[in-house]
Design a protein around this ligand. Structure first.
Ligand SMILES: Cc1cc2nc3c(=O)[nH]c(=O)nc-3n(C[C@H](O)[C@H](O)[C@H](O)COP(=O)(O)OP(=O)(O)OC[C@H]3O[C@@H](n4cnc5c(N)ncnc54)[C@H](O)[C@@H]3O)c2cc1C
Length: 342
């Protein structure tokens, strides 16, 4: 049996950044990705400034730098024109291609089209029965993580995401969010501009709105907005925010395998990057501390509190959404937000 110091399962942002940190070290690393192409993941492709700061992405990988947002609740609307871009849209395939190009050392081997079928004590088995040994195992294998299942960690807190990719020529670099309690409960519809399309989607807890109902509500909303989806591509995928730790002896969970996405916004790329980095640093030096990891746990906890507040608000939710818009339109608050962005 061939042995590696580290096996990483999953070539998403978490797995690739973990491999990047281990690049050029004395660790022999194998990254296994079940898909033929890296980055084949349904996503709105929105990266915040914090995510960009970790990656140092060059401009040609960024599709839009967003300075302007519009937040809607019924007839009410709040617009922000930030002095600096605060969200960046990327294509997941380009992000994955760029991340993998940055890995140059001989100590890292990336194999695609290879599905890990089973995990055992210090070894993984591939779909064809090959067994490969490891000293450390990193489960960066997303929401349906086989590593998480091996560790017998349940996933109870999940969202369902539904999204259309609508072809549009030169879309405006404007990010729009629409809150509508009747159709989307405590969540919202997003419109993220990309190079030649708009990502339009929504998320919800499937126990509150079934995936079927969420899609039907999104279709109703799109019809109301007269957005043509005849040539659009439709996708759906779950999101996990059921975090229960990331280190389990010599086995680690990163990104969504660890349940590190936000239960309110569905954002998960930044958390995937931070956790992938933290795990690699820990493997290199078990004394290393990674404060950004604690920050994302605090950030996710705040998001969950907001979500609980909105869910519990019941019939008052539409009034809360409208009040939020009025608050954001307050001159003093607007100025503070602007300053926060610069
Ligand atoms: C509709 C939607 C929109 C979203 N929009 C955004 C957004 O705008 N911004 C944002 O920050 N986040 C967004 N997210 C969340 C984001 O996509 C995820 O949180 C992020 O991709 C998590 O990264 P990851 O590396 O942990 O896992 P993933 O990106 O899911 O990567 C896991 C990888 O593991 C591979 N894999 C799984 N099992 C195996 C196996 N057995 N063997 C080998 N390989 C395996 C998969 O093929 C996959 O490539 C969105 C999610 C959804 C559903």
């Amino acid at each position: 049996m061939i042995n590696y110091d580290v096996i990483i399962i999953g070539g998403g942002p978490a797995g690739l950044i973990c491999a990047k940190v281990l690049d050029g070290t004395d660790k022999r690393v194998l990254l296994l990705e079940k898909n033929e192409a890296l980055g084949d993941k349904i996503c709105a492709g929105g990266l915040t400034r914090k995510g960009l700061a970790i990656l140092h992405l060059p401009d040609d990988v960024i599709e839009h730098k967003i300075y302007e947002t519009a937040l809607h609740a019924g007839r009410y609307k709040s617009e922000t024109h930030a002095p600096e871009p605060f969200v960046f849209t990327i294509s997941r395939k380009s992000l994955a291609a760029w991340q993998s190009e940055q890995i140059k050392g001989d100590n890292i081997e990336i194999r695609t089209n290879v599905r890990v079928a089973e995990i055992g004590k210090r070894k993984v088995s591939l779909g064809d029965g090959t067994e490969i040994g490891f000293q450390y195992l990193v489960g960066a294998d997303g929401v349906h993580s086989i590593v998480r299942k091996y560790l017998e960690i349940p996933t109870k807190k999940r969202l369902i995401g539904v999204q259309y990719t609508v072809p549009v020529k030169d879309p405006d670099p404007l990010l729009e969010l629409y809150m509508n309690s009747r159709l989307f409960h405590s969540w919202y519809v997003w419109i993220f501009p990309h190079a030649d399309n708009l990502a339009i989607g929504s998320i919800c807890n499937p126990n509150i709105l079934s995936p079927k109902k969420l899609l039907s509500n999104l279709n109703t909303w799109l019809k109301g907005k007269k957005i043509d989806i005849t040539n659009a591509k439709y996708d759906t995928w779950p999101i996990s925010y059921d975090y229960r730790g990331y280190q389990f002896g010599n086995i680690f969970l990163a990104g969504e395998a660890a349940g590190l996405a936000s239960g309110f916004t569905g954002e998960g790329i930044y958390q995937a990057l931070v956790s992938g980095e933290a795990i690699a640093h820990y493997i290199l030096d078990s004394q290393s501390v990674f404060p950004a990891m604690d920050q994302i746990l605090r950030y996710n906890a705040i998001q969950e509190k907001i979500l609980r507040f909105l869910i519990n608000a019941g019939p008052f939710r539409p009034a809360i959404f409208k009040s939020l818009i009025l608050l954001l339109n307050n001159k003093w608050i607007k100025e503070r937000i602007k300053r926060g962005f610069s």
